[in-house]
Design a protein. Structure first.
Ligand code: NAD
Length: 285
């Protein structure tokens, strides 16, 4: 068992709320911190929504367990109070390097020496932030996937400075909150998940945008020939087309051609994926 008892999550957005709620659902005392009381009020609604989702989607959550988890969450917009007795702080604030760095600098001054810091960043490396934490030996990444109750990987990735016992402690903790811990032995942009998923999605897009095959046929080949449940365009629809479009527009000339194809054929027609009822496929609202 890990020696972690009190967990503070910074950021109550899409992932922060899920991480905090899942941690409370697993029996831990959790403090959910965000920047001001107005955001906190919104967060309370988001957490109540998660309790409803768990009640309907998670085995064993009905009959009070999902609501009981809410009683273990304390909300705070006071960073000093939020981290005063934290064993572990999980940071899930926006993916902006400077914001993360200044947050770690502030955090280091306020958190006790015992506190481990973990970032949930998807695209930044922990070594981009470690020198701002004041405690690189107690800093690493713990990366969750969206919809943590269902897609429950916990990728754990340290820097060369992360103490091995801290790494092991966080691997243990990830298991305690219902994640399947995935230790990553060396720093790798994209962890395991995105190192596999991004090239796969790009390859699908190349085939369709290059006129080699149609999106539905690309997906069919992948499903039938490998037995996998979903092809790349089914993933695109779930992720939403805006994020890949934004990433591609910042890329080289070829990436920009792929972006233009997405824009002309889908985005300009409001086909953004599951969220808008249509992307590469149509969905019942
Ligand atoms: P989000 O925009 O939904 O939420 C960010 C939250 O952080 C907001 O509630 C915001 O008020 C709060 N915030 C802003 N500045 C803050 C500060 N200084 N201190 C504390 N809170 C602050 O973002 P998100 O999608 O939840 O992403 C958060 C992190 O999780 C990012 O690093 C992202 O890469 C990572 N992540 C996201 C996903 C995803 O699917 N959305 C998946 C895995 C990892």
């Amino acid at each position: 068992m890990s020696s972690i008892t009190n967990v503070t999550v910074l950021g109550t957005g899409v992932l922060g709320s899920q991480i905090a709620y899942q941690t409370a659902y697993s029996g831990f005392q959790v403090t959910a911190y965000d920047i001001n009381d107005e955001v906190i009020e919104g967060a309370k609604k988001r957490f109540a929504g998660l309790a409803e989702t768990y009640t309907s989607e998670v085995d064993g959550a009905a009959g009070g367990k999902a609501d009981e988890a809410l009683t273990r969450v304390t909300f705070s917009s006071d960073l000093a109070a939020a981290v005063a007795d934290a064993d572990l702080v999980i940071e899930a604030i926006p993916e902006v390097l400077d914001l993360k760095r200044t947050t770690y600098e502030a955090l280091d001054k306020l958190a006790p020496a015992k506190t481990i810091f973990a970032t949930n960043s998807s695209t930044l490396l922990p070594s981009d932030m470690k020198d701002f934490t004041g405690r690189p030996e107690k800093f690493l990444a713990l990366h969750f996937a969206n919809r943590v109750w269902k897609f429950n990987t916990g990728e754990v990735m340290g820097t060369a400075d992360t103490a091995p016992e801290v790494f092991d402690e966080v691997v243990e903790f990830a298991g305690e909150i219902g994640m399947v811990p995935i230790p990553i032995h060396k720093e790798k942009a994209g962890y395991v998940l995105n190192s596999l998923l991004v090239p796969f999605l790009n390859a699908g897009l190349e085939l369709a945008a290059g006129g080699y095959s149609d999106p539905h046929d690309v997906d069919k080949v992948w499903r039938i020939a490998t037995g996998a449940p979903m092809g790349p365009f089914q993933f695109y629809d779930i992720i939403g087309l805006t994020t890949p479009y934004n990433i591609l527009t910042n890329g080289d000339e070829h990436a920009q051609q792929l972006a233009a194809w997405l824009k002309e054929n889908y985005i300009d027609q409001g086909k953004l994926g599951v969220a808008t009822g249509e992307g590469f496929y149509r969905y019942d609202k």
